[in-house]
Design a protein around this ligand. Structure first.
Ligand SMILES: Cc1cc2nc3c(=O)[nH]c(=O)nc-3n(C[C@H](O)[C@H](O)[C@H](O)COP(=O)(O)OP(=O)(O)OC[C@H]3O[C@@H](n4cnc5c(N)ncnc54)[C@H](O)[C@@H]3O)c2cc1C
Length: 422
């Protein structure tokens, strides 16, 4: 019997446990370790920020769900991975041994890299549901006495979709409340152009998002480096594409949400051969670490090189469909190893996203993720807003019932048929 431990019960970790269990069968033991007692559907956090969802709507208690599905669950925070000893040390002092470890911890949020950034500073966040709950409390106060907003993603960020989503969702919410006319909005991003998304753009995301921002009276600054944030004031340096300075800005705000850069969690950082200098786990084409062959990693915690050099550092997003392909490949590869074979499954790492813009949305598919692509498609409309709501319901249901089959691929193929994507 092999002990297979999944560290992290998020968008990658839970499907990983389900798919692994379904492939490995009852002769092997699956254990999930997570530092929170609940699963959060991160993509819904922007809705929590404006009060369209509550924490309860977007979270699921893990203990009963794992119990029902026959997976052991340890509520605990990993303190240090001892990769040479096949052992995970927890903050509680307990150790969890493994034959195979799948790291699925998502990111550590690097707010501390910019003075004044983040919920402990002067900007809000929607990266964690608890941040989004605080962002909502601030939002309600802000709406009583509105003023300027800054929103966006800082240098080194890799997740841009939620920054656009939050900007447009706030815009929609302000219009509903009839106070949009009192709120000048500025979108501040490390991307070289609006709609780059860390992917070099997909289809016409540049045109679509620029047009959307013009339509909604949202100004933007690209190639932007946030130097520091003071209460009510954001200091930003805007660069040319060659890295020279265009201008220094001081932008007043009454409410701000800026996505931070990500890095690997401290429990796995600084292990030679396991992670890169930002603490992201190094994996090969089989999601397997080249040095520690019994360690795999899925999701935001893996190392992926940036697409291209940009004036301000821009990371590559790791999104749900891509993560699902990592999970499926990893589960099959561990199964092959258990059966005495060499791992042979490779993830696709394609990107498929539904970005909600509050009252409509933009969907895109990038196959492969980096250009030039075989499929490079983006489309927009009200249907995307509803597709995203439906998707939230599907995903939460999958987690609750322990559904092991991957479904992004099917969802996307259905959408491709209906939308006649070529
Ligand atoms: C606001 C936001 C919106 C997004 N929207 C979309 C979207 O619409 N579509 C899309 O495709 N992608 C989206 N993404 C990108 C991506 O799909 C999500 O970030 C997704 O949650 C990543 O999954 P993950 O499993 O890698 O990490 P997570 O889902 O973050 O899960 C990591 C888990 O590890 C646990 N953990 C962390 N450290 C420890 C530790 N030391 N010990 C034990 N457990 C630990 C965490 O508590 C968490 O449960 C979004 C990202 C963000 C931030």
């Amino acid at each position: 019997m092999a002990d297979i431990v999944v560290l992290g019960a998020g968008v990658g970790g839970i499907p990983m446990a389900y798919e692994m269990q379904s492939l490995a069968g009852s002769e092997h033991k699956i254990t999930v370790v997570n530092d929170n007692p609940f699963f959060q559907f991160t993509p819904s956090n922007p809705w929590v920020g404006v009060g369209w969802r509550s924490k309860k709507d977007v979270t699921i208690d893990l203990a009963p769900v794992f119990k029902k599905n026959g997976i052991e669950f340890i509520l605990g925070s990993a303190k240090k991975l001892h990769a040479d000893e096949n052992r995970l040390e927890l903050e509680s002092g307990e150790s969890v041994s493994y034959d195979y470890l799948v790291i699925a911890t998502g990111p550590e949020l690097a707010f501390d890299e910019i003075e004044g950034l983040g919920p402990k500073g002067h900007t809000q966040s929607v990266c964690h549901v608890d941040h989004a709950v605080s962002a909502n409390a601030e939002w309600e106060e802000f709406c009583k006495n509105p003023g300027p907003i800054t929103v966006g993603a800082v240098q080194g960020a890799s997740c841009y979709g939620p920054a656009y989503e939050y900007a447009m969702i706030m815009d929609t919410d302000l219009r509903k409340r009839g106070i949009r006319d009192q709120v000048p909005m500025t979108f501040i991003t490390a991307e070289p152009y609006v709609g780059h998304l860390g992917l070099g753009g997909v289809g016409d995301t540049k045109g679509m998002l620029e047009s959307e921002m013009r339509d909604r009276h949202i100004k933007w600054i690209t190639n932007a480096k946030v130097d520091k944030v003071e209460e009510g004031n954001m200091h930003v340096t805007e660069l040319n594409n060659d890295g020279s300075e265009v201008k220094k800005h001081e932008i007043p705000f009454k409410y701000s949400m800026m996505l931070p850069a990500f890095r690997g969690i401290s429990a796995v950082t600084g292990i030679e051969g396991l992670d890169n200098p930002r603490g992201f786990i190094i994996v090969d084409e089989h999601q397997q670490n080249p040095k520690y062959k019994n360690i795999f990693a899925v999701g935001v915690c893996i190392a992926i090189a940036p697409l291209e050099a940009t004036a301000v550092p821009v990371g590559v997003p790791k999104t749900g469909y891509m993560i699902e392909s990592m999970v499926t490949a990893t589960a099959h590869n561990i199964k092959e190893i258990l059966d005495g074979k060499e791992p042979s499954h490779k993830p696709t790492w394609n990107a498929f996203c539904l970005a909600d813009l509050g009252n409509k949305g933009i969907a895109f598919i990038a196959k492969p993720q980096n250009p030039p692509r075989n499929l490079n498609w983006a489309s927009q409309g009200k249907w995307v807003h509803y597709a995203k709501i439906a998707f939230e319901k599907y995903f939460m249901r999958k987690i609750r019932i322990g559904q092991s089959e991957p479904f992004y691929e099917k969802y996307m193929m259905d959408m491709i048929k209906v939308r006649k994507v070529k």
